[in-house]
Design a protein around this ligand. Sequence first.
Ligand code: FES
Length: 70
Amino acid sequence: MSEPNIQLMENGPILIKGPGKYVNAEGQEEQKDQNWLALCRCGHSPIHPFCDGTHKEKGFEAAKGEIHTS
Ligand code: FES
């Protein structure tokens, strides 16, 4: 099984690509149509924990990077 790829997007969200599942706060697994998730790190998304693009209008600034799990 391959490891997920986790990227910190420049001035944007945490992008997670690859296998895995999302379990909500109630412990229920939620199906995603795509094989990636964009998690908000600016703190302004109305659909937190997900990014909806609000970081652009807020002028969020942050460096890009990668997180390796192995
Ligand atoms: S990082 Fe995109 S809305 Fe927060």
